[in-house]
Design a protein. Structure first.
Length: 206
């Protein structure tokens, strides 16, 4: 059995990042009979605020201090959300660019799950090490004006893919594939570019 977690970072039902990611998923389903898909639509998820109490619970883990009853409840909630993420074998992300970076709802989700002892460890001598080994991530990126070929910062700056790669690598996920449909607004033949992105996504699954 292969478990795939499909993370939708766009709030829009008609999101093209989601549609390109769906083309990958449809092709993968066709060739992977035992594929189990868990879909995480972040804007529909009741994500907790990562507030001061939860930050204190995290620090208690890092320093080796014990949790009080309230912190234990909050840490158990964080652990349950992180364990859902860690259970996947493949991650499929649909990530539009917002102001050069990722949507804040995705950043909130990452801040909840990226915890010591759950996704990463920290060696005082050698630094961070990831706990999620042998997994794969497929990332679909869209942006209105930015493209890797366009002058930057005139058409935007990519803190979007760079952040996602750095985070996943720190968690131990180094097998990454990227599909870009960029730009979505300034391409003179956007529909053709959209079709090519979906075809590339389907081909990657094959």
């Amino acid at each position: 059995m292969t478990r795939l977690l499909f993370i939708k970072a766009s709030p829009r039902d008609e999101s093209r990042s989601v549609q390109v990611a769906q083309a990958y998923l449809d092709a993968l389903r066709a060739r992977t009979p035992d594929l189990v898909v868990d879909t995480l639509a972040l804007w529909n998820e009741p994500l907790p605020d990562f507030d001061g109490d939860r930050a204190n619970a995290k620090l208690a883990v890092i320093t080796g201090a014990g949790h009080d009853a309230a912190q234990r409840t909050q840490w158990d909630e964080i652990t349950a959300i992180a364990n859902r993420f860690a259970a996947a074998d493949i991650y499929l992300f649909a990530v539009p660019m917002w102001n050069g970076g990722i949507p804040y709802r995705l950043k909130q989700y990452i801040d909840i799950i990226h915890q010591p002892g759950l996704l990463f460890g920290l060696d005082p001598a050698t630094g961070y090490f990831g706990l999620l080994q042998g997994k794969r991530a497929v990332l679909v990126y869209t942006s209105g004006a930015f493209s890797p070929a366009a002058p930057s910062p005139a058409f935007g700056t990519d803190h979007h893919s760079t952040y996602m790669r750095a985070w996943l690598n720190q968690a131990g996920i180094t097998d990454l594939a990227e599909i870009r449909y960029q730009p979505t607004l300034l391409d003179p033949d956007s529909d053709a570019a959209f079709a090519r992105a979906r075809a590339a996504a389907a081909a990657l699954a094959g």
